[in-house]
Write a protein that binds this ligand. Structure first.
Ligand SMILES: Cc1cc2nc3c(=O)[nH]c(=O)nc-3n(C[C@H](O)[C@H](O)[C@H](O)COP(=O)(O)OP(=O)(O)OC[C@H]3O[C@@H](n4cnc5c(N)ncnc54)[C@H](O)[C@@H]3O)c2cc1C
Length: 540
C-alpha cells in the first residue's frame, strides 16, 4: 500500500515531536513521524535519577564514539544520544535552560539581510519558549505557565547542594532564583522539566495528547535510511520498519529532518546532500554540494572537579540495597525523597577569569564521585562531591563525516572538545575556581580532599593535563547543518530552516543552530520545532 502524507518528520526527538504535533494540531496536516528508537514508556525514563543508569548502558541510548582525539592524547570518548520517542528529552537530566538573550540576538544578526522576514532575535524566540513552558512557580514576562512542557523546582534538595550554594556565595557570586531570569550569572537551584518526579519530555508533552488523532501516524523502531529527492525536490523517505523490512513513504509537502546533530548530517549526506568531494569518495551521487553539512560541530565540553567527603553525605549508594528500597517506598507512599532528584539540584553560572563578567562556565554540583562510563573505574568508590564544569560558549569546532555509504554504519564524529586554546584557558581557570569552592565555606568543612585535579601541582600545564584526561561531552552536539545567510559558504539552511537548493526539505533540531546557546539545549531544540512548524504553516 502506498504510504502518502502531507509531511514526514524524521526523528521523534526533542524538536521533531514538537514540529510533528504542531503540524497536526495547528495545521490539520496528515503527518508521519518516524522514530528509530523505542517507546518512551518505562519507569527508568520517567524517574529523574534514571539518567545515571541510562548513561551507563541502555537500549534507550545510542552511544556514538568519537574518533581518536589527537589533542587529547588519542583518547576516544562516548557521546550518548536518546534512542527513544522524545529523543534527548526522554533520557536527559531534565535541567530547564534556554541560554541568554544575546545567544539569539547573535543568530538574528548573522541572518540579518537574508532572512526572508524570519527573525531569530530574543523577543521572537521568547514567545516560543513561553508558549511551550508550563512553569509552576515563575509567572512573568520571561516565563509561561500554560504550555505543555512542565517545569518545576527540584522535588528534593540534598544538603550537599545547599552547602555548595552557600560556598559559592561566599566566593562572591550572587544567589539567583532563576537561571532563565534577567541575568544568568549566579548560584542557585536549577528548575527541571518534570512534575512531582515524572519527566516531561516532548513525547509526553506533544505526542501523548494526539494518541488517538488519526492525522498523526507514529512509527517506532523505524530508522530512516535516506531522503528521496527528485528534480531537486524531497518527495519521500526510505526507512527500515520495526520488522526489518525496507519501506518507502511519500510526502506532498515538506519533509523535516530532526534526527539530532549527529545523525541529521549523516542522513543528508547519504541522500546526496553535503560536501561533494566527501560524498564522491563514498560513491554517493551529489544532488546538492553543501560543504557545511557535518562541519562546525559544536558541543559543550565538561570537566569534573572531584572530591572525597569526610562523612556520609550526598547520594552515594542511595540507588542500591536497603537505601534503594527505602527511597522507593518514600517516593511511592509519601511522594518525596531522592527519587525526585536527577542526582543534582544546584548549579552556577560564573566567569572565572573576569569575575562578575558574562558567565563562561556553567557548573553542576553532583553529590557523588561522578564520572561517565568510559572513566568510571578511575577512582575508588566512596562518599564524595563532584562539580562538573561546562564551557558555555566554546570556540572549538569539530565534524561529523560518513564512515561509509552504508546507513547501518555510525558516522565518524570528531568533536575536538577543548582544542581551541581559549577554551582550554577558561576551563583551566574554572577548575581552579571550583577547587576553591570545594575547600571553602560549609562545603569545605565536609570535604576531606580534592582528588582531581589533585595538586600539589596546580600549574596551567597540570590543570590542562587534567582537562585533557577527563573532558567529555555535556551531551549537547549542535550546528552540523546550520542556518546561515546567503554567501555564507558553510550555511546548509536558510533562516526558515530550508535546505539550500532542495525544495520541500527542512532541518529542525540542534543541527540547525548558527551557534550553541549558553546552557543546556533541550528547551532550545523544542523551540526550534515550534518555529519550524510555524514556517511550514506560513505563520512565521
Ligand atoms: C544524557 C543526556 C543528558 C542531557 N541533559 C540535558 C539537560 O539536563 N537539559 C537540557 O536542556 N538538555 C539536556 N540534554 C540535551 C538535550 O536533550 C538535546 O540537546 C536535545 O534532545 C536535542 O534535541 P534534537 O531534537 O536536536 O535531537 P534528539 O532529541 O536527539 O532527537 C533525535 C531523534 O532522532 C531519532 N533518530 C536518529 N536517527 C534516526 C533515523 N535514522 N531515523 C529516525 N529517527 C532517528 C533519535 O532516536 C532521536 O529520538 C541531554 C542530552 C543527553 C543525551
Amino acid at each position: 500500500m502506498l504510504e502518502e502524507y502531507d509531511h514526514i518528520v524524521i526523528g521523534g526527538g526533542a524538536s521533531g515531536c514538537v514540529a510533528a504535533a504542531r503540524l497536526v494540531t495547528d495545521g490539520g496536516r496528515k503527518v508521519l513521524l518516524l522514530e528509530a528508537g523505542h517507546s518512551h514508556h518505562h519507569p527508568l525514563l520517567d524517574m529523574p535519577p534514571g539518567i545515571f543508569k541510562l548513561i551507563n548502558g541502555s537500549k534507550y541510548m545510542t552511544y556514538h564514539h568519537t574518533v581518536p582525539q589527537d589533542h587529547l592524547n588519542g583518547r576516544v570518548h562516548d557521546i550518548p544520544q536518546g534512542n527513544v520517542l522524545g529523543g534527548g528529552s526522554s533520557v536527559n537530566a531534565q535541567v530547564y535552560m534556554r541560554g541568554r538573550p544575546s545567544d539569539y540576538n547573535e543568530w538574528d544578526e548573522l541572518l540579518r539581510g537574508n532572512n526572508d522576514g524570519a527573525r531569530w532575535d530574543w523577543a521572537t524566540v521568547l514567545d516560543h519558549f513561553r508558549g511551550i513552558e508550563g512553569n509552576n512557580r515563575l509567572a512573568n514576562d520571561l516565563h509561561g505557565t500554560d504550555g505543555p512542557l512542565l517545569v518545576s523546582d527540584p522535588g528534593h534538595i540534598d544538603d550537599v547542594s545547599r552547602w555548595f550554594v552557600q560556598s559559592v556565595q561566599q566566593m562572591g557570586e550572587p544567589f539567583t532564583n532563576d537561571f532563565n531570569g534577567p541575568t544568568q550569572r549566579g548560584v542557585g537551584f536549577y528548575q527541571f522539566m518534570n512534575r512531582r518526579g515524572k519527566r516531561s519530555s516532548s513525547a509526553y508533552a506533544y505526542i501523548e495528547p494526539l494518541k488517538a488523532d488519526p492525522r498523526l501516524t507514529v512509527k517506532l523502531r523505524a530508522a530512516v535510511r535516506r531522503i528521496n529527492v527528485e528534480n531537486a525536490r524531497a518527495v519521500g523517505v526510505t526507512y527500515r520498519d520495526a520488522s526489518g523490512v525496507e519501506q518507502t513513504a511519500f510526502a506532498s509537502g515538506d519533509i523535516i529532518v530532526s534526527a539530532g546533530a549527529l545523525v541529521t548530517p549523516k542522513l543528508l549526506m547519504l541522500s546526496g546532500i553535503g560536501p561533494a568531494a566527501h560524498l564522491k569518495s563514498h560513491g554517493i551521487g551529489v544532488i546538492a554540494d553543501l560543504p557545511g553539512v557535518g562541519q562546525n560541530l559544536i558541543d559543550h565540553p565538561e570537566v569534573p572537579v572531584i572530591s572525597l567527603a569526610n562523612g556520609p553525605y550526598g547520594y552515594y549508594k542511595q540507588g542500591v540495597g536497603w537505601r534503594m528500597l527505602k527511597n522507593g517506598l518514600n517516593f511511592k507512599i509519601f511522594g518525596n525523597g531522592p527519587i525526585l532528584s536527577a542526582g543534582f539540584e544546584a548549579g552556577a553560572f560564573i566567569n572565572p577569569i573576569d569575575r562578575g563578567g558574562v558567565p563562561s562556565i556553567q557548573a553542576f554540583c553532583v553529590p557523588i564521585v561522578y564520572l561517565d562510563r568510559d572513566l568510571l573505574k578511575v577512582f575508588d568508590d566512596g562518599y564524595g562531591v563532584t562539580i562538573t564544569t561546562v564551557l558555555v560558549k566554546p570556540k572549538s569546532r569539530g565534524s561529523v563525516e560518513l564512515r561509509s555509504a552504508n546507513p547501518d554504519d555510525m558516522p565518524l564524529v570528531s568533536p575536538n572538545l577543548l582544542k581551541h586554546p581559549e577554551d582550554m584557558k577558561i576551563m583551566v581557570e574554572g577548575q581552579r575556581f571550583f577547587r576553591e569552592v570545594l575547600q571553602s565555606g560549609p562545603l569545605g568543612k565536609r570535604i576531606s580532599k580534592v582528588i582531581a585535579p589533585a595538586g600539589p601541582d596546580l600549574s596551567d600545564a597540570a590543570m590542562a593535563d587534567h582537562c585533557r584526561r577527563f573532558v567529555k561531552t555535556n551531551y549537547h552536539p549542535a550546528s552540523t547543518a546550520r542556518m546561515g545567510a546567503d554567501g555564507d559558504s558553510d550555511a546548509v539552511l536558510d533562516a526558515r530552516m530550508r535546505v539550500r537548493g532542495i525544495d520541500n526539505l527542512r532541518v529542525s533540531d540542534m543541527s540547525a543552530v548558527p551557534n550553541i546557546n549558553a546552557g543546556n539545549t533541550n528547551a532550545p531544540a523544542m523551540m526550534l520545532g515550534d518555529r519550524c512548524a510555524d514556517f511550514v504553516l506560513g505563520h512565521g
